[in-house]
Design a binder for this molecule. Structure first.
Ligand SMILES: [Zn+2]
Length: 270
């Protein structure tokens, strides 16, 4: 599943489209998680792309007429083509630009989204409820500690809740808890202020490491074989059940927390 680093890498990779003007919008299959609005071909025609930003796992593409919200869902990816090519089976949505570039959404499982958010995208129902960005300066240990005072859920579930903080998916939650030495099942309100400081630092570091691994362009990101870069990362615990901990050698354990597989080292994480 695309996580925050993959979405951010995608956003950066779309930079060649900035200030380009839309010549055509093609909706091949509108049946994504929500229907793609039928007015987009008309609304976006002759509009210039003014800004590409990200909020959580949403990419916001701002035009004069308003902002388009893009989400990659479970299996989506956005390709940037230098010129039009015949679409493949799961290529549901294109934006063509006058300079020849095509931005194409491929999404086999169709949990992704292409939505119109108008002039106040921050007020969109999907964005309004989101917590702060983990890489922003406002996301600090002291802030996290305050937020966790009345939360008894396991710390891993708490940091994966997008109302608390966005973009900490299963991989990054498991890895940052290992790097902080915190057992993922610890009740959130039992994590000390000092450990909240460490955890916030490690969440930022884990996401930044992934961003570096993702490459600086969509071409680097997908690699020659078309597979996204995030599969090539090295993890301490994620997906390593039964393998020796890279720090102490104890076999990595798995438990289910909040219906998600959780990987940890029972020796290093308390
Ligand atoms: Zn260990």
């Amino acid at each position: 599943m695309p996580e925050l680093p993959e979405v951010e890498t995608t956003r950066r990779g779309l930079a060649p489209l900035l200030n380009q003007t839309v010549s055509q919008v093609v909706i091949r299959n509108p049946a994504l998680r929500w229907p793609i609005p039928g007015h987009l071909p008309q609304t976006l025609l002759n509009q210039s792309l003014l800004e590409l930003s990200r909020r959580g796992k949403y990419i916001l593409a701002r035009f004069d007429a308003g902002s388009l919200l893009l989400h990659l869902g479970m299996s989506g990816r956005i390709c940037l083509l230098e010129k039009d090519e015949a679409p493949a089976r799961h290529d549901h949505f294109d934006i063509h630009f006058r300079d020849g570039h095509v931005m194409r959404l491929r999404d086999p499982r169709r949990f992704g989204a292409v939505l119109w958010a108008g002039q106040e995208p921050g007020e969109h129902v999907l964005l309004k409820v989101l917590g702060p960005e983990p890489l922003d300066d406002g996301f600090t240990g002291a802030w996290l500690y305050r937020q966790l005072r009345n939360k008894t859920a396991p710390i891993k579930n708490a940091i994966m809740d997008s109302h608390l903080v966005v973009g900490v998916g299963n991989i990054y939650a498991s890895e940052s808890l290992f790097r902080s030495g915190i057992h993922p099942g610890t009740a959130a309100n039992k994590v000390s202020k000092l450990r909240c400081e460490t955890l916030v630092q490690e969440i930022k570091a884990t996401l930044n490491d992934a961003l570096l691994a993702g490459g600086s362009s969509l071409r680097d990101f997908f690699g020659a074989d078309g597979n996204p870069g995030y599969f090539q990362q090295e993890y301490f615990v994620y997906g390593r059940t039964g393998q020796p901990c890279k720090v102490c050698g104890t076999p990595i354990k798995t438990v289910r927390l909040g219906q998600r597989s959780t990987f940890f080292c029972a020796h290093c994480q308390r």
